[in-house]
Design a protein around this ligand. Structure first.
Ligand SMILES: *Cc1c(COP(=O)(O)O)cnc(C)c1O
Length: 427
């Protein structure tokens, strides 16, 4: 299956049943696993043998779905987490600890921005944010002796900026650290960050991978290409003995292909316990089976809606990298040649009141904080997620009061445009 096309991997990757075994991935709804002797199980605790003993660390259902995601991204190993937040926290904390430093794009998901700038700061991890449009010199100047990784999003939620993955990877590697890319919005169907030099990829599988608004989840994938031992002084957690596992050294015992995910599972999942439930992994896999079919339609609808909005007199501005006039159009043509995602943001003339009237008049599109669902949904940050801010504060934050984010689902484009059009009439 390794050499199959991405479409085939979406459908069949990760799990190949043997003779007489279930066609669909079995949900192993068991917290624990039985062994004949204490010695058999002891070997698992020492990481001397691989196998299952407790679902907080590993479960066969999760492993099959993680293997599919690893194959889709072209990575060597992957793990599932309980949420996208847990995936990003684990990926960063697997490399950076107290006294360390991270370089991150400033254009990232609000939850991740808060995780890095507030919560990880309380753990003694510092950050320097850089614009996704920074020059090489500006990016270079953000690094310090204690920098452990670089972080960005392929397509940022909600700003819809597109990361120059090659530029960020080049800078990270010049400073001997890996690039972590959150690929949630693009999904491996539209962009595979490892092909452009990224070392670790994360996902909120809650979004397009699930795609049906059914299960919160996350994933971390390792490209297996970062040479930890060549930068051993920067990564003692991977390159020196772990006393909590009888002194094994992850980078030696599991090599480049397995060290990152093994450490992340054996230490962080053991201690923080943010495992995805096998039931959720099963739902996630149902979503993955049609990801390649759904993404094309999300993008088609996103493009049609963006073009409609751009030509509407009540709309002041549209952000969508599929539009030729968008500042990220050229970068999208390089990194996202088959489409970006179904999320479009636009600013209504008439500010907060116009946005509110527009949203309240929608019939098909629902008001939700969610994105990347099969059903179209909309949000006006000024009256919901950012409602404590004044119009002036909103403008300064790049979230004007009349801004609406629409996540185009899988309905017919004609029906969606008709709904948006009748709601615009009411404004
Ligand atoms: C939603 C989202 C997250 C957080 O994921 P949860 O599954 O909600 O915890 C992280 N990154 C991006 C880009 C997201 O869109």
């Amino acid at each position: 299956m390794q050499n199959c096309d991405l479409d085939t991997l979406c459908v069949q990757g990760g799990y190949t049943p043997g003779n007489g075994e279930p066609r669909q991935i079995p949900i192993v709804q068991s917290t624990t696993f039985k062994y004949e002797t204490g010695e058999d199980m002891g070997k698992l605790f020492d990481l001397e043998a691989s196998g299952y003993f407790y679902t907080r660390l590993q479960n066969p259902t999760n492993d099959a779905v993680a293997a599919k995601i690893a194959a889709l991204e072209g990575g060597t190993a992957a793990m599932l987490t309980s949420s996208g937040q847990a995936a990003n926290f684990f990926a960063l904390f697997n490399l950076a600890g107290c006294g360390d430093h991270i370089v991150a794009s400033s254009s990232i998901y609000g939850g991740t921005f808060n995780l890095i700038s507030v919560t990880m700061a309380r753990m003694g991890i510092e950050v320097t944010f850089v614009s996704p449009d920074c020059t090489d010199a500006e990016l270079d100047a953000a690094f310090r002796e204690n920098t452990k990784c670089v972080f960005g999003e392929t397509i940022a939620n909600p700003a819809l900026t597109v990361l120059d993955i090659e530029q960020f990877a080049r800078a990270a590697h010049a400073h001997g650290v890996p690039l972590i890319v959150d690929n949630t919005f693009a999904t491996p169907v539209n962009c595979r960050p490892f092909e452009w030099g990224a070392d670790i990829v994360t996902h909120s599988t809650t979004k397009y991978m699930d795609g049906h608004g059914a299960a919160v989840g996350g994933a971390i994938v390792d490209s297996g290409r970062f040479d930890w031992m060549a930068h051993a002084e920067k990564f003692p957690g991977l390159c020196t003995p772990d006393e909590s596992y009888h002194g094994i050294t992850y980078a030696e015992k599991f090599g480049q292909a397995g060290a990152f995910i093994t450490k992340c599972t054996a230490q962080l999942m053991r201690d923080f316990g943010s495992i995805q439930s096998p039931q959720h992994a099963f739902y996630l896999n149902l979503g993955l089976e049609s990801l390649h079919v759904r993404m094309a339609r999300h993008c088609e609808n996103g493009q049609a809606v963006a073009e409609f909005l751009q030509s509407h007199p009540k709309v002041k501005h549209v952000s969508y990298c599929g539009l030729p006039g968008d500042p990220y159009h050229a970068r999208a043509q390089k990194y996202l040649p088959h489409g970006s995602c179904g999320v479009v943001s636009f600013e209504l003339r008439g500010g907060r009141e116009a946005a509110s009237r527009f949203l309240n008049s929608l019939r098909l599109a629902a008001i939700e904080t969610h994105v990347a669902d099969a059903r179209t949904c909309c949000l006006n940050p000024a009256s919901t997620t950012h409602r404590q801010m004044t119009d002036a504060q909103l403008a300064a934050a790049g979230v004007p009061a009349g801004l609406v984010r629409v996540s185009c689902g899988l309905e017919s484009a004609a029906d969606l445009i008709a709904d948006l059009s009748q709601a615009l009439e009411k404004v």
